[in-house]
Design a protein around this ligand. Structure first.
Ligand code: ZN
Length: 346
């Protein structure tokens, strides 16, 4: 991260879609346009969020996932081997919520790059470090039904190969940072060690871009809020998986930290990684002050050298009202500046 400032700021990725692009505050909201009009609307939305990130002082920027309908299905919808008309109703994240998901019915293939042209558009539009996000193999396997491979581990490894090819294309298009989203890592624990992490490392294999895994407790939606209530006073999932991740080739770990019941000491389990520490909550209705953001960063710095910290959001902000997400970006940038001054890293 030689070219980034101390406490370089970034976000997990997704930002709300404007209401002229898709229905706001809703996951999987259908597009309001199609064809060439849709593509130019996506570009306009991505540029608006890019400028909002730049104005807020976010150092490592992205497209806010304005080009994809959902953080997982945006990648899947351009692959061969998935039948989108054969919907299976399936419990997701160990039955936390149910969704109608498409079904894998044959060998998976990626006939062409999925997000590379959009990444190239972003590269032309900013001089800042550019992050592009992809769903991780385990989370993909937990978001669609398998009618072909038989074992989730086998299907995950096939997705990992396709993701690696996609990541190489994103790198060639100018992505500096490639982040894989693996919320499923906090749910399946032992399977992370057995096949989730090996598949993730396969997806990252040989990349020159900085590699990140994002592991969280989910969007601030009702099903996740209810699930969190069942997890007790101290959320221990990270304690199980972080030692495995610290021993892996993953370079950076994005984790939930602000306002959650994650014990702060878990940061000590990743001594060899850069940490995208969640300094902003993604619950609806709360706007942090810069002072609160700085306090979160300072709390993290008591457990990890601040040279390894990148202040971030806890999760994606897609389901939030756009004005609130914009305010959170500004609080993140201002809070990181305060923390830099306090830590003498300004
Ligand atoms: Zn997340």
């Amino acid at each position: 991260m030689a070219s980034s400032p101390p406490l370089a700021t970034t976000t997990v990725g997704s930002l709300p879609k404007p209401d002229w692009l898709a229905e706001p505050e809703k996951l999987w909201a259908a597009w309001r346009l199609d064809g060439a009009a849709l593509q130019s609307a996506k570009e306009r939305a991505a540029l608006e969020w890019l400028r909002a990130q730049e104005e807020a002082g976010i150092d490592i920027v992205g497209d806010g996932e304005q080009f994809r309908i959902h953080f997982v299905h945006g990648f899947l919808e351009r692959l061969d081997g998935i039948d989108w008309t054969r919907k299976t109703r399936m419990g997701i994240r160990n039955n936390r919520y149910e969704a109608e998901v498409p079904t894998v019915t044959g060998p998976l293939a990626r006939p062409a790059p999925v997000h590379a042209a959009d990444a190239a558009f972003m590269r032309r539009s900013t001089t800042r470090r550019l992050k592009v996000t992809l769903p991780g193999p385990m989370t993909i396997c937990d978001t669609l039904a398998d009618g072909h491979y038989g074992r989730r581990a086998d299907m995950a490894m096939r997705f990992a190969e396709l993701l690696n090819a996609e990541a190489r294309d994103l790198e060639a298009a100018g992505a500096d940072v490639i982040q894989f989203d693996e919320p499923a890592f906090n749910v399946f624990l032992e399977e992370v060690r057995d096949w989730g992490l090996p598949a993730l490392e396969r997806a990252m294999q040989g990349l020159k871009a900085t590699t990140v895994v994002h592991i969280c407790y989910g969007y601030g939606i009702e099903a996740n809020i209810q699930w969190k209530d069942t997890l007790g006073d101290a959320w221990r999932q990270y304690e199980t998986i972080f030692p495995w991740i610290n021993a892996s080739s993953v370079q950076q770990v994005s984790l939930e930290f602000a306002g959650s019941r994650v014990p702060h000491e878990v940061l000590r389990l990743l001594p060899d990684k850069d940490l995208l520490v969640g300094a902003i909550e993604v619950l609806p209705g709360k706007l942090e002050t810069p002072e609160e953001v700085a306090a979160n960063i300072l709390a993290a710095s008591r457990h990890a050298d601040s040279a390894r910290l990148l202040p971030c959001t806890n999760c994606g902000m897609a389901p939030l009202p756009a004005a609130l997400a914009r305010g959170k970006l500004q609080a993140l940038g201002a809070g990181a500046a305060l923390a830099r001054a306090k830590l003498g890293r300004g």
